[in-house]
Design a protein around this ligand. Sequence first.
Ligand code: SF4
Length: 441
Amino acid sequence: MSPARRLAAARVPRYTSYPTAADFTAAVGPVDAARWLNAIPAGESVSAYLHVPYCREICHYCGCHAKAVRRDEVVDAFRLSLQAEIALVARHLGSPARLGRISWGGGTPSVLGLDGLAAVLGELARHFEIEPDGEHAIELDPRAVDPGFAVGLAGLGVTRASLGVQDLDPRVQTAIGRIQPPAQVERAAEALRAAGISRLNFDLVYGLPHQSEVSLGETLAMVLAMAPSRVAFYGYAHLPARRANQRLIDEAALPGGEERLRQAEFIARSLEAAGFERVGIDHFARADDPLAEAARENRLHRNFQGYTDDPHPLLLGFGPSSISRLPGGFAQNESDVGRWRTSIAAGTLATRRGHADGGDDRERAGIIERLMCAFTVDLGETAGRFGDELALLRPLAAEGLVVLERGRVTMTPAGRPFVRLVAAVFDRFRTEGETAFSGSV
Ligand code: SF4
């Protein structure tokens, strides 16, 4: 088996955090989260993430915490609980905090409607000082964006939108249960730009059924004509044992590990040829986009949404399944919407699991983040303590994927697609034979 196939078949986390959410445990609960919220320093600028777990329908390929919703009463009830959670979290702060960045994700946040989004933002403004220059980003389904909605979002202060594009080939769209013709995506992008939301991310996916380099080339040509400032290209993670909706995907039409690797390389080559700068493993940005600037200046970070220029070390997560990064560790909310609502209604933080910082967690988190963001890390004087890890990397060095030099670990250009494997060597929670994660490419 070739190194590429062997490595592509390996299953390792995406390291949007360390430890990863899969390694969180029920040892962390509301009491810990309350203590950690109380420890946020006075006047600290933090980020907020609001998770809206509903979509009008569920796409076959979806791997998010999302449920189908038809009835507006369900959405309204959720929104009231979200507002109650904001007030509850604010009551646990030891002193007032400022919000330096707001991000909406899901699910489809637009199911709240403009009035619902405004009500939640009003609740945030009642309890936090919202910094006027902070980024305010939202994930959008292009099918739900029209000119009136775009103007409304701009009026709410939204500065960046991520459009879920995935793929523009009708055959692929049919196979993944998400029909959105290119003209519809184009109209959504134009509406947002006309409203003044000019920072647009396009989220695309490779490794989907029926995709080929030819079809991806056609999708990329249409995407480039729509001139996004960022493109994120994620590998589809097929986990039908855990995701019932993914059983609707025809496995026979999925590309294999080597084909996925070729698709990822083709996408990177095409976007770089079109003037995008590569950021980490799966993001591409125009040179004047803040993400590209952060990458050039070594200010890039990982968070639960991928690569970010967000400098705030602390994050408040609101909504079911959302994760907060607090002074003592990670606290993740209950994922079940009903149980999350019950907890909030009882006046109890909805923390269900998490991880309390301990041992050398922060040091390992820093090493993994530098590898994922910059493809190199200098272990410096600590290299002696990571002798076992460096020994594990020697076979990869022999294959020309990584260079080990006086305590510095650097991915070679050929090795970059496999950086998650190298990061995993520094992950003390990593267990052999883990199958819950997606393939490494
Ligand atoms: S719109 Fe996004 S979150 Fe909703 S079902 Fe489709 S992939 Fe999942």
